[in-house]
Design a protein around this ligand. Structure first.
Ligand SMILES: NC(=O)c1ccc[n+]([C@@H]2O[C@H](COP(=O)([O-])OP(=O)(O)OC[C@H]3O[C@@H](n4cnc5c(N)ncnc54)[C@H](O)[C@@H]3O)[C@@H](O)[C@H]2O)c1
Length: 255
């Protein structure tokens, strides 16, 4: 799909990887509806991007918030052609720690936001895309989900996060098959370690140690590099039903 003039919904679009996608889409002429948790500083950040960016304060676990965000995109910009799921959370907790079982609400919450939230956005965005006219190549839209390399080599303490991201890997192909006849593609990106506010929540020593484990380039990824891939996926019609690792060949150890 050609990026100029399309409208994208970007969840988690006010920070980190999602913000980079939002900014790069706008630079290329797209219109972006950001769905992120309602925080004044997030809204201000998106307002500064100009007329082609709009903010909807909501939660990806709430169907009504997603529907309202999609409706706003349709009213303001006339449709929805891409949905990029970047909203996500990370909690570290071992299955049993100091004799105590992992609190189940940590596992549930991570699954709800990262996996169920992603599916919720996909199903509602795809239903809206299905009602639109296809472009000259028969395309009605593209869905891009953010998994993680933790889906493949999760570390100690990552059961919830890895399970949520593994679920995104697993749903990519069946969802692409479900939506093929509608002209809607589905792709996922499994990032390695990127320099974002989420990563900044780790102690500096841990960030340094993770960066040193990356074979090449030996550094954290830049959100801009994630955005480059997301935009390429939108543009390249043969990319469908696949998960792309974006990790500098990193394979994480057990801790
Ligand atoms: N940074 C990394 O190294 C890395 C690696 C692999 C995967 N990821 C994944 O990439 C995605 C983006 O991560 P990031 O590093 O940019 O993090 P981030 O914390 O900078 O951004 C995440 C955004 O999601 C929003 N969000 C959280 N819960 C939400 C909810 N329920 N509804 C709506 N919005 C919500 C937050 O407000 C925030 O703006 C996440 O899914 C994360 O798991 C990140």
């Amino acid at each position: 799909m050609e990026i100029s003039h399309l409208t994208a919904l970007v969840t988690g679009g006010a920070s980190g990887l999602g913000l980079a996608v939002t900014e790069n889409l706008i630079k290329k002429g797209a219109q972006v509806l950001v769905l992120d948790l309602p925080k004044p500083e997030s809204e201000d950040k998106i307002k500064q991007l100009g007329e082609k960016a709009a903010f909807f304060g909501g939660d990806v676990t709430q169907s009504e918030d997603i529907q309202n965000a999609i409706q706003l995109a349709q009213q303001k910009y006339g449709g929805i052609h891409a949905a990029i799921n970047c909203a996500g959370i990370v909690y570290g907790a071992k299955t049993v720690s100091r004799g105590e079982p992992c609190p189940l609400d940590i596992f549930n919450k991570t699954l709800q936001v990262n996996l169920v939230g992603t599916f919720n956005v996909c199903r509602l965005a795809a239903a809206a895309m299905a009602k639109q006219e296809p472009n000259a190549n028969g395309e009605r839209g593209v869905l891009i989900n953010t998994s993680s390399i933790a889906a493949y080599d999760g570390q100690m303490g990552q059961t919830a996060y890895s399970a949520s991201k593994g679920g995104i890997v697993a749903l990519t192909l069946p969802m692409a098959r479900d939506l093929a006849s509608l002209g809607i593609r589905v792709m996922s990106i499994a990032p390695g370690i990127f320099h974002t506010p989420m990563m900044d929540s780790l102690p500096e020593a841990a960030q340094k140690s993770l960066a040193e484990q990356v074979p090449f380039p030996k550094r954290l990824g830049q959100p801009e590099e994630f955005a480059q891939l997301a935009l390429h996926i939108i543009e390249n019609p043969m990319l469908n039903g696949e998960v792309i690792r974006l990790d500098g060949a990193l394979r994480m150890g057990s801790k």
